[in-house]
Design a protein around this ligand. Structure first.
Ligand SMILES: C[S@@+](CC[C@H](N)C(=O)[O-])C[C@H]1O[C@@H](n2cnc3c(N)ncnc32)[C@H](O)[C@@H]1O
Length: 260
């Protein structure tokens, strides 16, 4: 393993797996193992662990995106789109011209997503593509909007991924990032800590047979940059009018930026 001086600045934020320092080159592989392990139970665990809140947050994301209701073409990239929750909400909220590409690095998550999209009869408006957020397999300026929900904190080089999102957006296009964030309400922060570090790994053990992926989940949330710092990273990638809005006291936040 290289020593810390070999890690460049862009990887420093992420040179850990949970709270365990690791070689950044190994991190994506470990993240992929987590999602390969949880894919089949991912939706159920999401509901259990957030008490259904993730549904409200995703609805909020889609309301903020506000896809056009008319038939005009509106192409959305739902990055790290996993099992398809956000993509399906987007096309249902938009008119006939709204389509979504789900891009995710995990074939296991995509397979669950593919089955859901087929069962919902949405294959003509949602496609699924395997790909890494750090090197997107799409042409410059090919999307009207990019969404990423609970995905960015899993990426090793966040700055590379933001640069890619900027590249594939057309000028005038919008980036929306829904991510767990940092609680800013006294008392709620303590309760949230207790729930995160005690209850979530136990729920994981009971419902999915392993606490390790869920320990990673909690720890990766704690290491993710605070709201303002992440807004600065979005600005640093070239986006304009970057701002954020906290959800549920900062348990999650929606960050927004525009490619002008
Ligand atoms: C917590 S899940 C979120 C799934 C979905 N967006 C949702 O909100 O339900 C995180 C997803 O990020 C994906 N992911 C992790 N690293 C990635 C990368 N470098 N590029 C693309 N997707 C990645 C994982 O495979 C996983 O499907």
């Amino acid at each position: 393993m290289p020593n810390e001086s070999e890690f460049d600045e862009s990887t420093e934020l992420s040179a850990s797996f949970g709270f365990r320092p690791i070689d950044p080159r190994q991190r994506q592989g470990l993240v992929n193992e987590v999602f390969a392990t949880v894919a089949e139970r991912y939706d159920l665990m999401n509901d259990l662990m957030s008490g259904g809140l993730h549904r409200l947050w995703k609805d909020d994301l889609v309301t903020t995106l506000n896809p056009p209701k008319r038939a005009e073409i509106f192409r959305v990239l739902d990055l790290a789109g996993g099992t398809g929750d956000v993509a399906m909400r987007i096309v249902r909220a938009g008119g006939d011209g709204t389509s979504t590409v789900i891009c995710d690095i995990s074939p296991e998550m995509l397979e669950v997503g593919r089955r859901k999209v087929e069962a919902a009869g949405l294959t003509d408006r949602i496609s699924l593509v395997e790909g890494n957020a750090e090197a997107l397999p799409f042409a410059d300026r090919s999307f009207d909007a990019v969404t990423i929900a609970f995905g960015i904190r899993n990426v090793t080089h966040i700055d590379k991924a933001l640069a890619e999102m900027y590249r594939v957006l057309r000028p005038g296009g919008r980036l929306l990032v829904l991510e767990f964030s940092h609680v800013d309400v006294p008392m709620l922060d303590r309760l949230y800590d207790l729930f995160s570090f005690e209850a979530i790994p136990r729920l994981g053990q009971l419902a999915a047979g392993s606490s390790e992926p869920y320990r990673y989940l909690v720890e990766s949330i704690r290491r993710f940059p605070k709201q303002e710092a992440f807004a600065d990273m979005i600005r640093g990638a070239g986006f304009e009018r970057a701002h954020y809005r906290n959800l549920t006291g900062g348990i999650a936040a929606i960050h927004s930026g525009w490619r002008i």
